[in-house]
Design a protein around this ligand. Structure first.
Ligand code: HEC
Length: 123
């Protein structure tokens, strides 16, 4: 008789139930607190790197000098990946280098993700 079959099925069921429980509960909580942490980290980066100095206190940019970096504006041309790229390497969404005096910050992916999380709160 194939006595291993029911055991195998049990293992699969236990694994499936475990995975379902995990996706429905734990990660939701983790995501919410990660997001709050990201927003706080993003806000801290904005003031540390003085983005406001050039992009204005409300981050809406300075006419004739710098663009709005609120996510509602940036997301017209940038996505999270191209934003991370410009903040790391200075390569804009169109593939050209960002112009001075915009610094190339060499931000880590996690830092750019934190900035995006914060900029999204600035509608
Ligand atoms: C010394 C002034 C200065 C500082 C500080 C500065 N920026 Fe900029 N930034 C600019 C200018 C000017 C431009 C426009 C450059 C261009 O046209 O290529 C720009 C462009 C950008 C762009 C590209 C927008 C686009 O449409 O391509 C992003 C994104 C950006 N800044 C984000 C930031 C963030 C985030 C910070 C803080 C971490 C920051 N900047 C700090 C001056 C500054």
């Amino acid at each position: 008789m194939r006595i291993h079959w029911p055991l195998g099925m049990t293992a699969i069921l236990v694994a499936a139930v475990g995975a379902t429980a995990a996706t429905h509960h734990a990660p939701m909580k983790a995501k919410a607190s990660t997001n709050a942490k990201q927003i706080a980290a993003g806000k801290a980066l904005i003031s540390k790197d003085q983005c406001n100095g050039c992009h204005s206190a409300d981050l809406k940019g300075k006419p004739g000098f710098s663009p709005s970096i609120r996510w509602s504006s940036l997301s017209k041309t940038y996505n999270e990946k191209t934003f991370a790229r410009v903040m790391d390497t200075g390569v804009t969404q169109s593939g050209s280098m960002v112009k001075k005096p915009m610094p190339v910050y060499h931000l880590k992916a996690a830092e750019s993700a934190a900035l995006v999380a914060y900029l999204k709160t600035q509608k």
